[in-house]
Design a protein around this ligand. Structure first.
Ligand code: ADP
Ligand code: MG
Length: 728
């Protein structure tokens, strides 16, 4: 019998709590481990400080002499804080972050020991990390990769290591990471949005996309988590009978946070605060042992870095508190999975949220402009946006009747729908003074009041307007937000460019006034993007049918969702916005398909191990016990044993029936895996893993879960849901 489960239960019952005291004033130590403005002023020359600021604000290059000065200042600060190493911290195409630590320690030519860190080491580092996913690019171009400093995200101290956020690119220029394309998309957004914002306020010189993510996660006891091969290797339970009590009582959601968890949260938030991650909200989520953490929103590049860093800190802190944190989108069947809502908006350097209505008609027209253009962009590129959140693990949520559906649609609420419907009636061409006045007073002018009581929130919508921002809800809890943010900002930037051209043309060629031209263009966008607006129940079958009739895509799995990446339209979009080249797009598609294949392959292998090394041996052992008992009864009572052993006989035969199906399906799955593995074409292989291999998982699971109910508890080798899901 596998003892792991019982040893783990014993351990989890004897946990000593680690008490954490929170410091009352976070503002006092917020960012203490970050080389932020305050430290830059202290450790840099004025000249170096000014150049960094200029680089952050307008992307100007930092020259080598200044880089040396910055490196010197950074080193002095880091060493004063106890740092021994530095690393270029980057985001390869794996959803995780990567780092290679180098000691500051070095030897001079004459062998004297010193601490060394110069501009060269700060700005660029050769990366011999040739086994990161690269979709064949490196082979094709024989390019080595290097990491390059991103001065817009401040360096920070993590443990005894100075971490320098960097991009990761091939020597031939192709991006090998998630950050480089995101920065390009944000740059495109800045240019396009600033040009449009200038219609309303000439003093705007920069627009930042903002992001506020909401991280959902599960915690399980560390010993219990590691006692199961599926949780250890795939981050989820491949099998497991639902506990009698799940989330049906709704007693966990926003309930009292268990003390052991609260201590974890306190320490986590303390660490985050030191690292400058502005964490704000913490609460229980819907499912037992599910929680959420949300920060104050930030500029998108920084917010993405902070989310990645957060996930790393969570792994470390949870381990210390004897938890295993699960970021998987669907760790447990039968209860809610986890997501990472991406709240997104646009902010000007003058401090205005472009998706927030204001106090004057002009401000509200500005709001409408950005609002309608976002809707139009999502309508045009809905399938591409869907592709940005595709992954093997997120497939368990999207399109599996769990929030939100794989179909993209936008919820804006009744009131804003009314406004857009009225705007559809705007006259073509010049507007009469009466119409203008009416629009300003009765349509556009009413928006702020409307928004104040726009409280009805449709939780089933994948892309909802929530008062002063859009909330993209399909992002996976494990995902790097850079992917969806790269796509969203690219498509909206593209749309704003088109809008600007159309408005300018109406002004220059048709002699319309600026506001008339804007109304005219918006009217057409409202008309042509109607299909993406949906206020009803996104989970219903009726919506699936209707969405199909509307021509919206409904890609339920990753291989089909990823196809659109290499369509002519997508490639020309990314190219025209200088976000991704043709080669880079193809490489990304290949890497993601590969990743999908590997995930399903690993799950398939773990299934094998579970079935042959855990489930069947346990079932046989229990069955033997029953057979022994039946034989005993027979030897004592002769023929009447049949009546006396009726239950035992029934269980014995049911165990055999389930084992038979399990073995048959597992072997069939292995055969399909072998076939798929021989395929050379990555696309075909991904589809094979999806349609031929993965399809067996549910059935195997079904019978394993039946066995779990039949087999005596002391024989069952895997920690059960009730043990995993209710922290003591
Ligand atoms: P709710 O909790 O009802 O969804 P909140 O206003 O608390 O709404 O916001 C949720 C998340 O949205 C938070 O992470 C917050 O930082 C983020 N958020 C708020 N305003 C913006 C904005 N302008 N841009 C990006 N994210 C935002
Ligand atoms: Mg939310």
């Amino acid at each position: 019998m596998s003892k792991q489960r019982f040893t783990a239960i014993g351990r989890s019952n004897k946990r000593n709590r680690i008490e954490i005291k929170e410091k009352a004033r976070r503002s006092e130590y917020f960012g203490m481990n970050v080389f932020n403005e305050e430290k830059m002023r202290q450790f840099l020359t004025q000249e170096a400080f000014d150049q960094i600021k200029a680089s952050v604000n307008s992307g100007t290059k930092i020259d080598r002499k200044i880089a040396d000065q910055v490196a010197e200042g950074m080193k002095a600060w880091a060493i004063s804080m106890g740092a021994t190493h530095y690393t270029h911290w980057f985001q390869p195409l794996t959803n995780a972050t990567a780092e290679k630590h180098d000691a500051f320690f070095d030897l001079t030519l004459d062998g004297k020991a010193m601490e060394k860190f110069g501009g060269g080491q700060l700005v660029q580092q050769e990366s011999d990390a040739s086994s990161f996913p690269n979709g064949g690019i490196r082979n094709t171009f024989e390019a080595r990769g290097y990491t390059a400093w991103d001065p817009t995200s401040p360096a920070f101290l993590y443990g005894a290591t100075l971490c320098i956020p960097t991009i990761f690119v091939a020597y031939t220029g192709e991006a090998l990471d998630n950050k480089a394309p995101l920065l390009r998309a944000l740059n495109a957004m800045d240019e396009a949005a600033t040009a449009v914002a200038k219609y309303f306020d000439k003093s705007v010189t920069k627009v930042n996309a903002t992001l506020g993510w909401e991280q959902e996660y599960f915690l399980v006891d560390k010993a219990l988590g590691y006692s199961r091969p599926d949780i250890s290797l795939t981050g989820r339970t491949l099998i497991g009978q639902s506990a009698a009590k799940g989330q049906q009582l709704d007693d966990h959601y926003f309930g009292v946070i268990p003390i052991r968890v609260l201590n974890f949260m306190k320490e986590l938030e303390k660490e985050c605060t030191k690292l400058g991650i502005p964490v704000k909200a913490r609460h229980n989520e819907v499912a037992p042992n599910q929680f959420e953490l949300a920060p104050i929103f930030e500029e998108t590049n920084l917010a993405v870095d902070h989310n990645l860093l957060l996930m790393d800190v969570m792994e470390k802190v949870s381990d210390k508190h004897n938890f295993k944190v699960l970021f998987h989108e669907k760790p447990f069947a039968g209860i809610n999975g986890s997501g990472k809502h991406n709240n997104w908006s646009l902010a000007t350097n003058t401090g205005v949220n472009l998706l927030s209505p204001g106090s004057t008609p002009m401000k509200n027209l500005q709001f409408l402009t950005f609002f309608v253009n976002t809707i139009k962009a999502v309508d045009t590129y809905e399938e591409l946006l869907r592709s940005s959140i595709a992954s093997a693990s997120n497939d368990h949520r999207l399109g599996s009747s769990e929030a939100p559906p794989a179909i993209l649609s936008i919820f804006i609420g009744d009131q804003l729908n009314k406004v857009l419907n009225e705007l559809e009636g705007v006259t073509n061409g010049k507007l009469s003074p009466e119409e203008k006045t009416d629009l300003k007073l009765n349509v556009v002018g009413k928006i702020p009041e409307i928004l104040l009581d726009n409280t009805d929130r449709n939780r089933t919508s994948p892309f909802a307007f929530t008062g002063n921002k859009f909330e993209m809800r399909g992002v996976g809890s494990k995902a790097n937000c850079a992917k969806p943010m790269m796509v969203l900002n690219t498509i909206v930037a593209k749309q704003l460019q088109i809008f600007k051209k159309e408005v300018d043309a109406l002004i220059e060629k048709k002699g319309l006034k600026k506001d008339e031209a804007i109304f005219n263009v918006l009217r057409e966008y409202i008309k042509t993007s109607k299909r993406i607006r949906f206020e009803g129940d996104g989970y219903s079958e009726a919506w699936e049918k209707e969405a199909e009739a509307r021509g919206l895509s409904n890609n339920k799995n990753t291989p089909s969702a990823l196809q659109v990446l290499t369509s002519k339209e997508s490639i020309s979009l990314f190219k025209s916005m200088n976000v991704l080249s043709d080669v880079e797009v193809r490489m990304r598609q290949e890497v993601e398909l590969e990743e999908y294949i590997l995930h399903i392959q690993i799950e398939g292998r773990v299934f094998n191990e579970l079935i042959y090394s855990y489930i069947i041996p346990a079932a046989v052992k229990y069955q033997n016990k029953l057979v022994q008992n039946i034989n005993g009864l027979k030897s004592i009572y002769g023929d009447s044993y049949k009546k006396m052993a009726a239950s035992q006989l029934d269980i014995v035969s049911r165990i055999s029936q389930h084992m038979e199906v399990i073995k048959e399906k597992t072997d069939a799955m292995v055969e399909e895996r072998k076939k798929a593995n021989k395929m050379v074409d990555v696309n075909k292989k991904a589809y094979a893993y999806c349609d031929k291999v993965r399809v067996h998982f549910d059935e195997i699971r079904y019978h394993c879960d039946k066995l779990e109910r039949l087999v005596g508890d002391e024989y069952w080798p895997l920690a059960k849901y009730r043990e995993l899901l209710f922290i003591k």
